[in-house]
Design a protein around this ligand. Structure first.
Ligand SMILES: *[C@@H]1O[C@H](CO)[C@@H](O)[C@H](O)[C@H]1NC(C)=O
Ligand SMILES: *[C@@H]1O[C@H](CO)[C@@H](O)[C@H](O)[C@H]1NC(C)=O
Ligand SMILES: *[C@@H]1O[C@H](CO)[C@@H](O)[C@H](O)[C@H]1NC(C)=O
Ligand SMILES: *[C@@H]1O[C@H](CO)[C@@H](O)[C@H](O)[C@H]1NC(C)=O
Ligand SMILES: *[C@@H]1O[C@H](CO)[C@@H](O)[C@H](O)[C@H]1NC(C)=O
Length: 367
């Protein structure tokens, strides 16, 4: 990877050439539509790197905008850390930048601020399990000032920017939570940016593995592992053809969706996913009065508690939570002992949750 110094320089130049209109930068969640002036689409191309072609193009066509930053622990790339590559992306970046990570175990915390949209993190095809970003913070860990980190800040990888994609990598929080122990929440991935796609990404943890915080997200063919509330947050997300793998020794829960109002278009929809592993877990727990989680066409192994769903010890939520199942199969899909307030959806009821239209994919995905 020669002459990368000047390549990085070029990146910065392009970044400053495009002056992007951007209002006040929001931190955390924002109302849908607020940033709709960022009209763009995520395509398969955003999840591919053809180094030879793209570097060739760079030499021959100085205006080519296929930009790739190579992360290589052996020092032959542009950065030896993932965060180092993120730091090279210019603020208010307006063109896709691909961070190509060569196999290795990257022991670091990664943060992508909302001022850096259009970033892809791409691992080498079929080597997902060998390309690992891992850290081990948990909620009860202390900050330098003595305050507790909390669940939110425990994330090994935290993304706050829009139009993010990732493929071919493993994101891990290596803390092994002791059930019931104080402060053992340990997030592997927090995604708070809007319009993000994860394709063939492995997300590993135990308690609170994936903080699907806010925005609209598409998880396709991902593997998500944990024991307690291991997919949680207030996003609107479609999980398609994913594996949800429970590592619970005894009890646990898969989805804890947070939704406060009937007007919110948020929810977790799991379509054609495989649910397996150990222990007995709830399909979902009602975090917030209007929590919404739906499982359709899923293959559910014998790891789901027969009652299926929990009201989070708030009986009033039984009236308002939206917990549904549609045409699932497997030993854990038997609905005969399910809590009466969960629903077996009709096709008409489940239809809005079955495909990308649930996440308004027509506005931001071109796959
Ligand atoms: C840059 O290279 C890519 C990949 O070869 C090509 O598809 C694209 O058209 C090029 N863009 C420009 C602006 O030349
Ligand atoms: C990755 O695996 C798929 C399916 O086994 C195969 O078709 C493809 O060629 C592999 N890609 C690479 C780069 O090895
Ligand atoms: C369901 O997921 C499996 C892999 O888990 C895949 O082989 C199959 O094609 C998917 N079915 C549909 C209808 O998408
Ligand atoms: C869970 O399902 C996935 C996808 O079908 C499979 O690869 C994995 O081996 C299964 N794990 C167990 C423990 O059954
Ligand atoms: C949730 O419902 C309970 C019981 O109806 C109510 O007291 C509470 O205020 C509601 N919470 C929110 C955030 O609306």
């Amino acid at each position: 990877m020669a002459v990368m110094g000047s390549w990085v320089f070029r990146l910065l130049v392009i970044g400053s050439t495009f002056s992007v209109f951007w209002g006040d930068i929001e931190v955390g969640c924002y109302a849908e539509g607020e940033k709709d002036h960022l009209v763009n689409f995520i395509t398969w191309d955003d999840m591919k790197v053809d180094l030879r072609k793209q570097r060739l193009d760079w030499r021959e066509d100085k205006y080519n905008k296929s930009r790739v930053i190579v992360v290589d622990q052996s020092g032959h790339g542009d950065s030896v850390t993932v965060q180092g590559a993120v730091d090279m992306v210019p603020m208010h970046n307006s063109e896709r930048v691909k961070i190509y990570i060569l196999p290795g175990i990257y022991r670091e915390k990664v943060f992508i601020p909302d001022t850096k949209p259009y970033i892809s993190i791409i691992g080498v095809e079929n080597r997902t399990s060998e390309t690992i970003i891992t850290w081990n913070d948990k909620a009860s860990d202390k900050e330098k000032d003595g305050s507790e980190l909390g669940t939110y800040r425990s994330a090994s990888v935290a993304i706050e920017s829009d139009f993010f994609c990732a493929t071919g990598i493993t994101i891990e929080n290596s803390v092994v939570a002791v059930p019931g122990a104080y402060g053992n929440q340990a997030v592997a991935l927090r995604i708070s940016g809007n319009k993000a796609m994860f394709y063939r990404v492995r997300i590993l943890g135990t308690q609170d593995t994936l903080l699907d915080d806010c925005g609209s997200h598409y998880f396709y063919q991902c593997y998500i592992q944990g024991s307690i509330d291991f997919v949680f947050g207030s996003s609107r997300s479609l999980y398609q053809d994913c594996v949800l793998h429970s590592t619970a020794k005894r009890y646990g829960a898969i989805a804890a969706h947070y939704r406060d109002s009937q007007e919110d278009d948020t929810g977790f929809s799991f379509v054609n996913c495989t649910i397996n592993g150990t222990g007995t877990v709830y399909l979902g727990r009602a975090w917030g009065n209007y929590s919404r989680a739906i499982y359709s066409y899923c293959d559910i192994d014998n790891v789901v508690t027969p009652s299926g769903w929990s009201d989070w010890n708030q009986p009033s939520r039984q009236k308002t939570a939206v917990f549904g199942e549609f045409q699932c199969r497997g030993k854990g899909a038997d609905r005969r002992k399910r809590v009466a307030w969960s629903k077996s959806f009709s096709y008409e009821e489940v239809k809005p949750f079955l495909d990308m239209t649930f996440i308004s994919g027509e506005k931001w995905l071109r796959l």
